[in-house]
Design a protein. Structure first.
Length: 362
């Protein structure tokens, strides 16, 4: 009896202890931050450093046979961008001046071959230096990339980057037609243009594409009827020829001066018109949109109204993926063309927003 009473008396105590234990387990966790730091650091798993991406141009030598170093703003912009882009990519650029001369170009390529360059960028003058240079590097097993000059060769071991002659010629022709319709009542009196008779067919498209558009607009304009001046980068020769052209058309007010060879000829056209007081009778259009002509284009009152842009200041950027593909054996197009745009005073800042031009003389 006494034993049962003690057992009975312990049951409430045990039950109470159990209830306290359950209450403690069910209580919410503390939300305060501990005042002491953990005694052990968290365990971390070591990871391997990422494998660096191989640089395909590191240590490569890019041979650049430059068309002309003195007196060619277009060439200077091309060289500057090629140097920057390929140097930044880890390559060395080895440049020689072709001096716009076929024999000098071929001699330069011999030097390039002896230097064991990894690829040749040849800004070759017309007249045989393209095919001759290709033959030399082909024999040495060096890839050839032509700039603004397509080899007349059936092989597939060369690549081209540069002007699209027919596209540039047609865009130029259409711009002239549009200008005549907007400003001259659709009437074009006469046309003079520069050219190089030895251009290969693709480059000659600068002329033939232009003539095709003008002939469709007015059949009197043909390759024979348009006055032509055989000139490369000469300024004085073209200036005199353009002045003679103006003097031969004294009473006409719809005169076109077309310089598909160089912006030098666009500047010569503007100078000829100013010298004879014929600015209102002339519209001039050249090719390149290089640095020397953009200041003139910024003046909407200039007789030189437009230039067909090649973007020489970006040639290195355009060539980088092509050169990389050639040297790594990756698939690539054999023919790669500039996306030509007609640049004038109205859209110049769209293409060259950082250029600063002097105010035109009153």
């Amino acid at each position: 009896m006494n034993g049962d009473t003690r057992t009975a008396n312990r049951r409430p105590a045990v039950l109470g202890a159990m209830l306290l234990l359950l209450a403690a387990c069910a209580a919410p966790a503390a939300t305060s931050t501990p005042t002491t730091a953990p005694t052990t650091a968290p365990t971390t798993v070591a990871t391997a450093a990422p494998t660096p991406t191989p640089n395909p141009l590191a240590g490569k030598t890019i041979g650049f046979a430059q068309l002309l170093r003195a007196g060619c703003d277009f060439c200077a912009e091309v060289e500057k961008n090629i140097n920057k882009v390929f140097t930044d990519a880890g390559a060395t650029v080895f440049t020689l001046d072709n001096e716009f001369n076929v024999d000098k170009t071929l001699a330069n390529v011999d030097v390039m071959v002896s230097k064991k360059i990894d690829v040749l960028l040849c800004f070759c003058p017309p007249g045989g230096s393209v095919e001759g240079s290709l033959a030399k590097v082909r024999a040495a097993g060096i890839p050839y990339i032509g700039i603004d000059g397509i080899p007349q060769d059936n092989g597939t071991d060369w690549t081209y980057f540069g002007a699209n002659g027919d596209d540039s010629g047609q865009k130029s022709g259409q711009w002239v037609v549009n200008y005549a319709n907007a400003n001259w009542g659709g009437k074009i009196d006469a046309i003079i243009m520069t050219w190089a008779p030895e251009w290969e067919p693709t480059t000659m498209g600068r002329v033939t594409g232009f003539v095709t558009v003008l002939n469709a607009y007015d059949p009197k304009f043909t390759l024979d009827s348009i006055t032509k001046v055989d000139a490369k980068l000469e300024y004085e020769k073209v200036l005199l020829a353009f002045q003679a052209f103006l003097n031969a058309h004294p009473g006409e007010h719809g005169l076109v001066m077309y310089g598909p060879t160089s912006d030098v000829h666009g500047l010569a056209a503007a100078a000829a018109a100013r010298a004879l007081g014929r600015e209102a009778d002339v519209v001039a259009l050249s090719h390149g949109a290089d640095a020397q002509v953009r200041a003139e284009l910024s003046n909407c009152e200039s007789p030189l109204k437009a230039s067909l842009a090649y973007f020489p200041d970006r040639y290195g950027e355009f060539l980088l993926p092509i050169v990389t593909a050639v040297l790594t054996g990756a698939p690539h197009q054999q023919l790669n063309f500039t996306d030509h745009q007609v640049v004038d005073c109205k859209n110049l800042k769209q293409f060259y927003p950082n250029d600063v031009y002097p105010s035109p003389a009153p």
